[in-house]
Design a protein around this ligand. Structure first.
Ligand code: ATP
Length: 366
C-alpha cells in the first residue's frame, strides 16, 4: 500500500542539437489504493512518465516519491513496483508457472514452497490455474495477458504500473478485461497507474484521470468532472465520443455571434458574467446535449437540416447543417426515433449545456 507523488517532474531527451521535452513539469499526487489513468494522444509523454516511475528512465528535474520517500535514484528492481507491458513480455521458453515465479525470484527471498503457493494462489485468482504448465505460445492473447498480470500481482508490490495492457486484445475481450482489471484492483487495493490513449478506458476505469498533451498535464480529476467541467479546449475535445461540437463565436454585449453566420445566441446574466472582457470565444456543446425538436420556440433554437443519419440501434448519430449557413453540428438522438436525411428540425442548444472557452488561451471560462 502506497502513496505515489510526482512533484514538478520533467524529462528532457537530447536529440542531436535539439532537446525534446517529453514530460513538462508534471505534478500529481496519487492516493494509496487509487486507480489513476494517464491518458492522452500518441507522443504526449505517457510512457515516459510511467518509465520514470518504474526507474527505467532517469528524471531530468523534479521528484518522484513513494510514501514521502524520494525514489529518483533507487534502482528499478528495488522500487517495489510491478509493471505490465502492452507486449506482455513473457519468456517464451518458460512455462506459465516459471514465468510467474521468475518475478518472485527477482524480488523476494521466499523459499520455493512459499513461491509455488503464491503462484498457485494468484493463478486461481486470475482463473489460469489450469494453464500453469503451458508455454506462452500455447496461450491465446487474452490468456497471455492474464499471465502477464499474474506475474505482476504475485509479487504483491506497493504500486502497479500498466502500459496499454489491453491494446493487443480484440474489442470484446478488451471490455471484459477492463471490468476484470477494475475488480482485481478493487480487491487488491494496490495503487495503480494505468496508461492508455483510449478515452473509453480512461473514463470507465479510473478513480481519477490525468490528461496529458504535449508533455503537459491538462487536468487531473474524476472522469465525470473531466466530462462535465473540462478545464480547457483540449480536455473538452479529448473526452467524450463523439467529440464535443465547437463553434467560433464573438461576444457582443450579452449575446454570442456565431462566426460566418447571422445566428445569435443570447446569454443570461450569470453566464455573461463568467466571460468578463473576453470577446473571442469558442462555444462547445456535446452531441448528446443537442435536442432536435419538431418546432422550436426558444431563443436557443436554430433551424437545421439533417445531412447524414447513422442509426446505431440504441441511438442515432447525426450530422445537420444550420439553415442558410455551411456550419454543421453533430447530434445524438434516441435510437427508437426514426430520422432521415433532408428532414428539418429546430436544434436546441440549451444554455445549461454549453461550454465557453477563451479562443486564445483555450481555458474554460464557463
Ligand atoms: P504513445 O501513446 O505513442 O506510446 P506516449 O504518450 O507514451 O506515446 P512517449 O513515448 O512518452 O509518448 O514519448 C513522448 C515524447 O518523447 C515523444 O515526442 C517521443 O518521440 C519522445 N521520446 C520518447 N523516448 C525518447 C528517447 N529515448 N529519445 C528521444 N525522444 C524520445
Amino acid at each position: 500500500m502506497a502513496n505515489l507523488t510526482l512533484d514538478n517532474v520533467t524529462k528532457r531527451f537530447d536529440d542531436g542539437d535539439d532537446q525534446i521535452v517529453a514530460v513538462d513539469d508534471v505534478s500529481i499526487d496519487i492516493d494509496d489504493g487509487e486507480f489513476l489513468v494517464l491518458v492522452g494522444p500518441s507522443g504526449c509523454g505517457k510512457s515516459t512518465t510511467l518509465r520514470m516511475i518504474a526507474g527505467l528512465e532517469t528524471v531530468s528535474d523534479g521528484t518522484i516519491s513513494i510514501d514521502g520517500e524520494r525514489i529518483n535514484h533507487v534502482p528499478a528492481q528495488q522500487r517495489d513496483i510491478a509493471m505490465v507491458f502492452q507486449s506482455y513480455a513473457l519468456y517464451p521458453h518458460m512455462t506459465v508457472r516459471e514465468n510467474m515465479r521468475f518475478g518472485l525470484e527477482e524480488s523476494t527471498d521466499l523459499d520455493k514452497t512459499a513461491m509455488n503457493a503464491a503462484v498457485e494462489e494468484t493463478a486461481e485468482l486470475l482463473e489460469i490455474a489450469d494453464l500453469l504448465d503451458r508455454k506462452p505460445s500455447e496461450l491465446s492473447g487474452g490468456q497471455q495477458q492474464r499471465v502477464a498480470l499474474g506475474r505482476a500481482i504475485v509479487r504483491d508490490p506497493a504500486v502497479f504500473l500498466m502500459d496499454e495492457p489491453l491494446s493487443n486484445l480484440d474489442a470484446k475481450l478488451r471490455s471484459g478485461m477492463r471490468m476484470e482489471l477494475q475488480r482485481l484492483q478493487n480487491d487488491l487495493g494496490v495503487t495503480t497507474v494505468y496508461v492508455t490513449h483510449d478515452q473509453t478506458e480512461a473514463m470507465t476505469m479510473g478513480d481519477r484521470i490525468a490528461i496529458l498533451d504535449d508533455g503537459k498535464l491538462q487536468q487531473v480529476a474524476t472522469p465525470l468532472e473531466c466530462y462535465h467541467r473540462p478545464k480547457n479546449l483540449f480536455v473538452a475535445g479529448f473526452i467524450g465520443e463523439p467529440a464535443m461540437n465547437f463553434f467560433d463565436v464573438t461576444l457582443e454585449e450579452d449575446r454570442l455571434l456565431l462566426e460566418g453566420t447571422s445566428l445569435e445566441y443570447p446569454l443570461s446574466s450569470t453566464v455573461r458574467e463568467d466571460l468578463g472582457d473576453t470577446t473571442d470565444l469558442i462555444l462547445g456543446i456535446r452531441p448528446e446535449d443537442v435536442e432536435l425538436l419538431e418546432s422550436g420556440g426558444s431563443v436557443h433554437d436554430f433551424p437545421v437540416e439533417v445531412d447524414v443519419v447513422e442509426p446505431m440501434g440504441n441511438e442515432n448519430n447525426l450530422l445537420a447543417t444550420f439553415a442558410e449557413t455551411d456550419l454543421s453540428i453533430n447530434a445524438i438522438t434516441e435510437g427508437m426515433r426514426l430520422m432521415r436525411d433532408g428532414e428539418r428540425y429546430a436544434a436546441r442548444l440549451p444554455e445549461s449545456a454549453i461550454h465557453l472557452f477563451d479562443r486564445s488561451s483555450g481555458q474554460a471560462l464557463h
